[in-house]
Design a protein around this ligand. Structure first.
Ligand SMILES: CC(C)(COP(=O)(O)OP(=O)(O)OC[C@H]1O[C@@H](n2cnc3c(N)ncnc32)[C@H](O)[C@@H]1OP(=O)(O)O)[C@@H](O)C(=O)NCCC(=O)NCCS
Length: 330
């Protein structure tokens, strides 16, 4: 432990998406929907699906290796790995077990975080706190999902929205770049039914009946989430500006959870924030839940959208209903 809190920066990023591209048209064969409807209402054009039997840990390992390369680190240097996912390889043990082994991160401990679309930010905050306090010097934070394994392909209101992928981020003590300036999280558990997967846990172990009704798959009330997300998006940006004592113009780029282009546009309309300063890649990957921000951030860097010295805002919300935010300086 240290007496004063240390600064925590981002030393590396990487992402991986499965090769299989699933365009909107793919759903037209089985659902009462169209490519045009999906694109108009969401901005999504396609998503990636993992191969049958390709587990979440496989995506994590591939993204993690790229982040290690980017940071110039060897796997054995890692002290902590946190995997944020709602689609673990197994319910027991945690997916980190397979990731730690697959990466050869023999000196790392770790655990999984189950907080859906806010998961990567939740994991980031946990690692940030431990590094700042001097408990550890570095951590890999991964957001990864194989959502295709729990989607209800009979439900046009949800099946069209999601994709698979993984994004990894390496945090280091006193790293000068990407220092985390603020972060926070919140939850309104009264709204848990808005996004849920009800069968399969201790409250409702899966029965034959659940397999018929689809209760073992994801269910969502998209309309309720839409309204919540628009309002929460604005609240979180205002919180960032107030916490840091800055103006909206001081934010160089917002990398939001890739939920739905209309949600992002609606939120920004009232804020008077320019769409040019938002990074959006949901047209390619749809909503990858915990993976969405770390994938988007890595792509934003690769495309030169993350400029040295600028403030980068991360905003997420999802099942719970929960939310989180962080601002870094690149
Ligand atoms: C799901 C979502 C795309 C629906 O878009 P929307 O504009 O809100 O559409 P609505 O739910 O009001 O539905 C409008 C109509 O389209 C229909 N519809 C829903 N999905 C459809 C689809 N895939 N294709 C065609 N029609 C569809 C609805 O049944 C409804 O028909 P009705 O008017 O006859 O009842 C949008 O609400 C959304 O993105 N919500 C958030 C998603 C979410 O929760 N993500 C995970 C958490 S981060």
């Amino acid at each position: 432990m240290v007496d004063t809190l240390r600064k925590v920066g981002i030393a590396g990023t990487g992402h991986y998406v499965p090769e299989r591209i699933v365009p909107n048209k793919w759903f037209e064969d089985t659902l009462d929907t169209t490519d045009e409807w999906i694109f108009d209402r969401t901005g999504m054009r396609e998503r990636r699906f993992a191969e049958k039997g390709q587990p979440c840990s496989d995506l994590c390992i591939k993204a993690g290796k790229k982040a290690l390369d980017d940071a110039g680190m060897k796997p054995e240097e890692l002290q902590l790995i946190i995997v944020a996912t709602v689609t673990p390889d197994h319910l027991l043990p945690a997916t980190i077990a397979f990731v730690q082994d697959g990466l050869g991160a023999i000196n790392a401990g770790g655990w999984d975080v189950n907080n859906a679309c806010t998961g990567w930010l939740s994991a980031l905050m946990s690692a940030q706190g431990m590094i700042a306090a001097g408990i550890i010097d570095n951590a890999m934070v991964i957001g990864a999902e194989v959502l295709s394994s729990m989607m209800n392909f009979k439900d046009r209101g949800s099946a069209i929205l999601f994709g698979d992928g993984a994004g990894a981020t390496i945090l280091k003590a006193d790293h000068p770049r990407g220092q985390i300036l603020c972060s926070s999280s919140g939850m309104d558990g009264r709204q848990w039914k808005a996004i849920s997967r009800q069968a399969g846990g201790s409250k409702q172990p899966v029965t034959h009946e659940d397999l018929e009704t689809g209760d073992h798959l994801m269910a969502l009330h998209g309309n309720d989430v839409f309204k919540f997300a628009v309002a929460k998006f604005r609240d979180l940006i205002r919180e960032q500006v107030a916490t840091l004592g800055i103006g909206l113009d001081d934010i160089g780029l917002i990398v939001p959870h890739q939920v739905n282009l209309r949600i992002i546009q609606s939120a920004l309309k009232k804020l008077d924030f320019d769409m040019d300063r938002i990074f959006v890649n949901l047209q390619k990957y749809s909503n990858t839940s915990a993976a969405s921000i770390p994938i988007a951030f890595d792509e934003a860097r690769a495309e030169g959208r993350v400029k040295e010295g600028e403030l980068i805002s991360f905003i997420a919300f999802g099942a719970g209903l929960g939310w989180g935010q962080a601002v870094i300086r690149w």
